[in-house]
Design a protein around this ligand. Sequence first.
Ligand SMILES: *Cc1c(COP(=O)(O)O)cnc(C)c1O
Length: 415
Amino acid sequence: MTVFDRLFADSGLSQLQEKDARDPLAHKRAEFKLPEGVIYLDGNSLGALPLSVPARLARVAEEEWGGQLIRSWTANAEAAQDWMNLPDRVAARIAPLIGAQPQEVAVGDSTSVNLFKLLAAALHMAAPERRIILTDADNFPTDLYMAQGLNALLGGRYELRRVPGAELEANLTDEVALTLLTEVDYRTGRKLDLAGLTAKAQQRGILTIWDLAHSAGAFPVDLKGAGADFAVGCGYKYLNGGPGAPSFLFVAERHHGSAPAFLSGWMGHADPFEMARDFTPAPGARRYVVGTPTVLSLSALDAALEVFADVDMGQLRAKSLSLTDTFIELMEPLTARYPLKLVTPRNHAERGSQVSYQHPQAQQVMHKLIERGVLGDFRTPDILRFGFTPLYHSHADVWRAVQGIKTVLEEGGEA
Ligand SMILES: *Cc1c(COP(=O)(O)O)cnc(C)c1O
C-alpha cells in the first residue's frame, strides 16, 4: 500500500485488489514505461511507451540506417527486416486486431490523409445519382473537414449530411452514397453498432467508411464479420505507436478489383523500381501506401504492436468493461454531490474504453487533476474524459483515480 492508499483506505480497495490478483492481463503492465506517481488515463489520446520501442529505434538508427545505409531497403528481406516491406509487416500485425486479412490493410500517413484516400475511392465507386455523405453531427472534426475538402475539389457535388447518432439509421436512404462514421465518439465514449449499421447501409446500396481511432487495440473489432467496406484508424492511441505514429486503412477484399487509389504514388505501384511511366496499382491495400515509408515511426509502431501478440482480445474487452464499470460505480457518490453528469452509456454494447462526465468547470477540474497526477483530458466545452487501457491499468488504479477526483472536487469550490 502506498501512503496515498492508506490515506483513503475507506472502502472497496481490497476487493478491487482481489480482482487485480485474478486479472489474466496483469503481467502486461510490465511491458510499458509508466512514470511513478501518475495514473495515466489518456492512452486514448497518446498510448504509453512500450518498453521494446526505444531499443528497436536505437537498432534501426544505429545498425540499419547508420550501418547498412541504403542497403536496408532490401537487405535482410528473408529475416523480415527490410524497410521496403515494413508497411506490410505492420499491416499484418494490425489485421487480426480489426478482423481483417493482412492484404486488406495498408499502413502509412495520418488518419486524416487515409480518410481522404478512402472517401475519394468510395465516392468514385458509388452510383453517381447518390449525392449524400452521411455522418454523425458529433463526428471528430478532421473526418468532417476531410470530407468538406474533397467535396470542394469535386465542385461541391455532395451534401455532407450531419445528423445526431440516434437518427443515423432513419437517414440511410437511396440518396446516400456513403456513411462516414466513427465507431466510438471521442467525447462521450458512445459506441455505435458497427455491424448493425453496416448491414442496414448495405441493404440500401450504401458504402461504409468506419473510423476506428478509439476502437483498434481497445476492444476486438470484426470488420470481416460485419462485412465492412472501408475503415481507418490511429497508430498512436490504443496501438501505442508513439506521437504521430502512422495510421492504417482497411479495404475489404471484394473491393480490391474496383477501389481506385487516387493518391497514386510510386510506393503503391505494383513494382516501384520498374520506374514505369504509368501507374499500375499494387495488389490489395498496398496500393494506398503513397510515398516512401516513414521507417523510424513504422519501426516504433511495429515494436509497439508486439505487446498484442499474446493478448486475447476477448479478455481485453472484459477487463476494459470491468474497469469502466468500476469507475462509473465509484464515481456515483460524487455525481450525487457535485455537478457531474455521466455522458457515457451504461449499456456495455454502447460503450468504448473511456468514461466521460460533463462538469461546468471541466477545464479547471482537469487542470487540478493533472497537477495531482491523474492525467485525463478536457474536451470542449465541458467534458472530463478518462481513457482506460486494460493492458496497463488495474482496478486499484481506478480506485486511486477516483480518490484524486474526489479530493480535487472537495478542495475546489467548483461545486
Ligand atoms: C484521433 C482521431 C483522428 C486523428 O487524425 P490524425 O490525422 O491522425 O491526426 C481522426 N479521427 C478520429 C475519430 C480521432 O479520434
